[in-house]
Design a protein around this ligand. Structure first.
Ligand SMILES: *Cc1c(COP(=O)(O)O)cnc(C)c1O
Length: 431
């Protein structure tokens, strides 16, 4: 396609957005541009590129044609104006905050987050002089109260991994908007097929492309997507985007690039100086995966619903937290936030506690015990002893990772086979 036509449907865009036959060879599939640098036409061309007066390829730490196709495809699927891909989901989170934050500034974040993100936000970002304030995002007054003069963003996950929690994005976006700061939504576990955070008022989206977008457990990657709608010059809170940039001869990003200011800053400053770049091989694998995103998500959702329902009716199981079940307190939010389904992840608690969880994990044959999610294969993890191990007991509970719970990432295999596997493993775990 020559440009992103918003009139095409999701299934068409996931295959075509951003890609065109290779101008040099006609290759229909996006080539892997395995190159570090690009020859300048002449000295004037080189100078224009370095001055950001002309857009083009200089060096693959900043831009690469294979990665650029993926960036455009993800931006299109999210309904944003631009995206910057990076080396991992965690890199994307730092890249997303980087233009907004400075020493002494804070971000208000949900308590219900991926375990690694809780660790990154509660410890590592302090090294930059940033801090995170953790709040229960169901308590809207508490979210409002946590925002102060130094807050530069609000951060949450659409469908929060692992506890089957769905954030009321519209309500949170309204609060962020009222405070003049952007809402950043980690849309990894929902994917743009199930949830489009920009339609609920978010300004920025981050992804771990490692998960469903790639879908086959091959490469790590991340993306920061910009809606292009936030006015960085409305206050003096975001000088990196509104004020003269000394590292570019006093260029003002928003004045110069308009709605693409944040994306250009991500490439020209973020990737240039932090270097958390996605490599073209990774972009290739993720492009392959995205072509079938909607088909996979439909099956993930269908299987997850079938298996969650079966587990909920099994006497060996204490509880199931899947927002797609009527028993979930978040059932009503599915219709509003992710109408195509509550995703493929959920946790369940088994009678027998920690011991039984460990036995269950060891007894399963189809499910793999791995610290990953969003694979075509069904995966299981005992979060309390692995991904959420660094968290306090209180943080574990808040994140839906109590010691008697296991998390499932339901794959796209035959649901009957998955149920059979869980049945035999539960028998061993609880005997
Ligand atoms: C995996 C994950 C991350 C981190 O992504 P990496 O690619 O592993 O760095 C962040 N958020 C969520 C919701 C995730 O599932």
């Amino acid at each position: 396609m020559s440009d992103n036509s918003p009139t095409y449907g999701f299934d068409t865009l996931q295959i075509h957005a951003g890609s065109r036959p290779d101008p040099a060879t006609g290759a229909r599939q996006t080539p892997i541009y395995q190159t570090t640098a690009y020859v300048f036409r002449d000295a004037e061309h080189a100078a224009a590129l370095f001055n950001l007066q002309e857009v083009g390829f200089i060096y693959s730490r900043l831009t690469n044609p294979t990665v650029a196709v993926l960036q455009e495809r993800i931006a299109t699927l999210e309904g944003g104006v631009g995206a910057v891909c990076c080396s991992s989901g965690h890199a994307a989170q730092i890249m997303a905050l980087f233009p907004l934050m400075a020493p002494g500034r804070n971000v208000v974040v949900s308590t219900r987050l991926y375990g690694g993100t809780v660790t990154q936000f509660s410890h590592t970002i302090k090294r930059f002089g940033w801090s995170a304030t953790f709040v229960d995002f169901d308590d809207l007054d508490a979210v409002k109260a946590a925002i102060d003069d130094d807050t530069r963003a609000v951060f949450c996950e659409s469908i929060a991994n692992p506890g089957g929690y769905i954030t009321d994005l519209d309500a949170i976006a309204k609060i962020a908007d009222g405070a003049g700061i952007p809402l950043i939504v980690d849309n990894t576990t929902a994917t743009p097929y199930l949830c489009r955070p920009f339609e609920h008022g978010a300004s920025l989206v981050v992804h771990s492309t490692t998960k469903y977008l790639t879908g086959n457990g091959t490469v790590t990657g991340g993306a920061v997507v910009d809606s292009g709608t936030f006015d960085w010059s409305a206050s003096d809170k975001f000088p990196s985007l509104s004020a003269p940039e000394p590292a570019y001869h006093g260029l003002k990003f928003q004045e110069t690039f308009g709605p693409l200011a944040y994306t250009f800053h991500g490439i020209a400053i973020g990737l240039r100086d932090l270097g958390m770049t996605m490599n073209p091989q990774a972009a290739h694998y993720t492009l392959m995966g995205i072509e079938t995103l909607s088909l996979r998500m439909e099956r993930h959702v269908k299987n997850a619903h079938t298996i969650a329902t079966w587990l909920e009716n099994d006497p060996r199981v204490e509880s199931v937290t899947y927002a797609g079940l009527k028993s979930s307190p978040y059932y009503d939010r599915v219709e509003k936030i992710c109408p195509r389904g509550a995703g493929g992840l959920f946790t369940f608690a088994i009678k027998g506690g920690y011991e039984a969880c460990v036995k269950l994990v060891d007894a399963l044959e189809i499910f793999s015990h791995v610290a990953n999610l969003g694979d075509t294969r069904s995966l299981i993890i005992h979060s309390a002893s692995t991904t959420h191990r660094q968290l306090t007991a209180e943080q574990q509970k808040a994140a839906g990772a109590a010691p008697n719970m296991v998390r499932l990432s339901i794959g796209i295999e035959d649901a009957d086979d998955l149920i059979g596997d869980l049945d035999q493993a539960l028998a061993k775990a609880t005997s």
